[in-house]
Design a protein around this ligand. Structure first.
Ligand code: ADP
Ligand code: MG
Length: 373
């Protein structure tokens, strides 16, 4: 479905482009100045024929878009405002570098002191310990110091030369892992002062899962929660499934589309949005915890899974695993559908994934199929 959103568009149409319909339900109009995006309902979102309610929130530095099918608009509006209240709290408590529950906990972990974890942060720690283990340590939210060292610990894009090899090696040698963290009831302690938590690789997935739980509590069974192209879709769009786009790793709109099946999270990790560039070399914001270096060989990874947090963590872990090891890590993390795209545009995926996606705007130059091991 190329065409409508040209090169350089910051907000490609990754949600919903139903076949046979005029492509998209929402048009984003960017004001001449300023970053606020104004949504214009084109197809009468709440009419009898199209009981589709859409609303956007700007949180986590991204636009989160809700598409709700088949609910009264009052019910939908109330459900989204319940989610909005949760999101405000997550944004404050989960932030890795702005003062809040997580920065306070990180201070205690670095000092070797036991700390009481905020009830909003504790489940992130517990779940990420498990995902750390299953990913063979490739998903490692304990490497907050390395992330900060590379400058991905800020809202601004880092500039200047990369950190010195020695500083990187020193931090890697201190080997911060999720296994260093002991959790007893709500008391948390780290045996390794080099541990610093950064949940950037899966907080979005976790937040989307909470949003879906909240929507269901409010009686919403058919919806998409889409945070900047990472999304979870539940139920159906009336008579047919939801159909969503997978972002192109080079930021050129949509690479492929997927029809979701009851409850699917579609998450893509890529190096096109956040990276560091120096003398023409681009460094991805995804760090290989084994070397302390940004991942080079992978442009993006897309995972489909029922749980958003797991999909998010896995997309990051498979980026680190790369074309040689993604099969094993996907299997260990319980993922059934995965696709990697490298810098040349070569696609690596398992046949089950191939059965679920359709490339939009032309096939990739090469596809390498591999079964999960
Ligand atoms: P996105 O969806 O934004 O492309 P990810 O979900 O892959 O990105 O998350 C990337 C973020 O995760 C980084 O900005 C950093 O904060 C953190 N991170 C980087 N490398 C790792 C890693 N190996 N394990 C866990 N977290 C990481
Ligand atoms: Mg991720």
């Amino acid at each position: 479905m190329p065409g409508k959103f040209g090169a350089g568009e910051t907000h490609p149409p990754w949600v919903e482009y139903p076949p046979g319909m005029p492509f998209h339900i929402i048009e984003y109009r960017r004001p001449v100045r300023g970053l606020v995006l104004v949504a214009v309902l084109l197809l009468g979102g709440c009419s009898k024929q199209e009981p589709l309610y859409t609303e956007q929130l700007f949180v986590f530095g991204t636009l989160v878009e809700f598409s709700i099918w088949g609910a009264e608009s009052e019910q939908a509006r109330e459900a989204v405002s319940a989610v909005a209240a949760d999101f405000q709290r997550m944004h404050r408590d989960w932030h890795a570098w702005k003062p809040g529950a997580l920065t306070e906990l990180n201070r205690a972990l670095a000092a070797g002191e036991p700390a009481e974890a905020d009830p909003f942060v504790l489940p992130l720690i517990e779940e990420s310990k498990e995902l750390y283990r299953r990913s063979e340590g490739l998903f490692n939210p304990a490497i907050g110091r390395l992330i900060a060292l590379w400058g991905f610990h800020s809202d601004d894009r880092p500039t200047g030369p990369p950190p010195s090899q020695k500083t990187i090696a020193d931090l890697v040698a201190r080997h911060p892992t999720m296994n260093d963290i002991d959790v007893q009831a709500n008391r948390v302690r780290s045996r390794n002062p080099a541990v610093q938590l950064d949940f950037g690789a899966f907080a979005k997935g976790y937040a989307i899962d909470l949003a879906v739980r909240r929507l269901r509590e409010q009686g919403i069974d058919h919806a998409i929660v889409n945070a900047g192209g990472d999304l979870r879709a539940i139920g159906r769009r009336g008579e047919r499934p939801w159909r969503v786009g997978i972002r192109h790793p080079q930021g050129r709109g949509v690479l492929a589309s997927v029809e979701t099946d009851g409850d699917d999270s579609v998450f893509t990790s890529g190096n096109y949005e956040r990276y560091r560039e120096h003398e023409g070399v681009r460094h991805s914001h995804i760090i290989d915890p084994r070397s302390g270096m940004p991942v080079e060989h992978v442009a993006s990874v897309t995972v489909i899974h029922d749980n958003g947090a797991v999909a998010d963590a896995a997309a990051t872990a498979l980026t680190v695993a790369g074309p040689k090891a993604w099969h094993r890590i996907a299997q260990a993390m319980g993922i059934k559908y995965a696709m990697l795209v490298d810098g040349e545009g070569t696609v690596y995926m398992n046949p089950a994934m191939a059965g679920r996606i359709r490339f939009e705007g032309g096939d990739p130059p090469e596809i390498v199929f591999g079964e999960l091991l």
